[in-house]
Design a protein. Structure first.
Length: 400
């Protein structure tokens, strides 16, 4: 009997975890291949530090080929262009066709920068959710240091990566003080969240009160339930007519799924995220899984202004391990019974604030009933970065 083939699309958090977990579990009884357009793993949470020169590209990336090679996983540097469930095949950007018995889609995200007009560095408006974006933001930050003025940090309607927006906000405040320009810049946080600390996950008990006090103490203005209309040079315009001036802005846009996801007919939502069951199998395909940003997650609430749901970090790893366990079961001839719905995952995060940090702990990623925000040293965030980079580079996906 032919050795089962598992094909994984994407080599970052979800893809690396799923591929190596399956190989660890089955060893020579499975062939695992990773197809990715990037030769490097990127530790996205540290992008917030790149604009200030606190991290270089080399600090937060590593080449994935040696990691996969040491785990006996084949790595192919190419982008997936189309998926054909009928023939169980994927066509890549070179035209090559890859067959599979089981497929894991861990393709990550694109940014919807057309959600409002004007989200461009040409308008002194930046985005730190990609490495090129963080590097462009560094150029804008240097311009601000040379000619200080008002700062806007925010997240548009539909955005879900609020944690990065908060972290960058607090780091901007810290860096402005460090560079002795804080008295020359007014900082305003503009967000689609219905209240501070909502985070796209329904908020933590006491979170709004804590963040309101902190922003007031740091003399940071804020606007919640904000619907953005457009960005023009030097000004953010909101739907209610409010105009917020700036010389430097960083605005997180919504994330959308990769276009390749939509090549599976009927499998995606309007944002090109793949619709999945709690097993992370696609609704209509038992042999295709989607994890991390590629998977659709729907919040059990609506907000006055649309917000997304954060899916990076621990949730992505949890989805990847769930998918891997189910694939292993299927290859062994067993039913895929491992389930971990998004709402059952705990919320665990360390949010950096420049020279300090906050640990966020909640009992659920969707509407936590219990949770705390605890002050921790800045070193906690740094330590997590170092540990996770070591763990991922070494392929130690079994570790927490």
């Amino acid at each position: 009997m032919a050795t089962p083939k598992v094909l994984v699309l994407g080599g970052n958090f979800g893809g690396l975890t799923a591929a190596i977990a399956v190989k660890h579990a089955l060893d020579e009884d499975v062939d695992v291949t990773v197809l990715s357009p990037s030769k490097d793993f990127l530790f996205n949470p540290s992008l917030i530090w790149v604009p200030f020169g606190e991290r270089t590209v080399e600090d937060i990336t590593f080449p994935v080929a040696p990691t996969f090679e040491s785990a006996d996983v084949e790595f192919i540097l190419a982008a997936a262009m189309s998926i054909d469930p009928a023939t169980k095949s994927v066509t890549d950007s070179t035209g090559k066709i890859h067959n599979y018995d089981y497929l894991v889609v861990a393709t990550g995200y694109d940014r919807n920068t057309t959600v409002i007009p004007g989200l461009t560095p040409a308008n002194d408006t930046y985005d730190i959710t990609t490495l090129p974006g963080a590097e462009e933001t560094a150029v804008g930050w240097k311009k601000l240091l040379d000619d200080p003025g008002p700062i806007v940090i925010g997240a548009t309607q539909g955005a879900g990566c609020f944690g990065a927006a908060y972290e960058f906000l607090f780091n901007v405040d810290y860096q402005a003080r460090k560079n002795k320009i804080r008295d020359k810049v007014q900082i305003t946080y503009v967000t689609a969240e219905p209240e501070l600390g909502h985070f796209g996950m329904g908020g933590l008990p006491g979170g709004e009160k804590l963040l309101t006090k902190f922003l007031a103490h740091q003399k940071i203005n804020h606007i919640t339930s904000a619907s953005m209309d457009e960005v023009v040079p030097g000004e953010l315009r909101l739907s209610d007519g409010t105009k917020v001036p700036f010389k430097f802005s960083m605005i997180v846009p919504p994330f959308i799924g990769r276009k390749v996801n939509a090549t599976i007919e009927g499998a995606t939502d309007p944002g090109d995220f793949l619709k999945v069951r709690p097993t992370y199998q696609l609704d209509d395909h038992d042999d295709i899984y989607a994890v991390g940003l590629a998977a659709q997650v729907t919040a059990p609430w609506t907000t006055p202004i649309k917000t997304g749901v954060p899916k990076t970090g621990l949730p992505t790893e949890t989805m990847a391990h769930t998918a891997a366990k189910n694939i292993v079961s299927q290859i062994k001839g067993l039913p895929p019974t491992e389930e971990k719905s998004f709402g059952d995952m705990p919320a665990v995060c360390v949010m950096d604030a420049g020279n300090k940090a906050v640990a966020i702990l909640g009992d659920s990623m969707l509407g936590p009933k219990k949770g705390v925000m605890l002050p921790v040293p800045h070193a906690a965030k740094v330590g997590f970065e170092k540990y996770f980079m070591w763990k991922s580079k070494g392929g130690h996906v079994q570790l927490p």
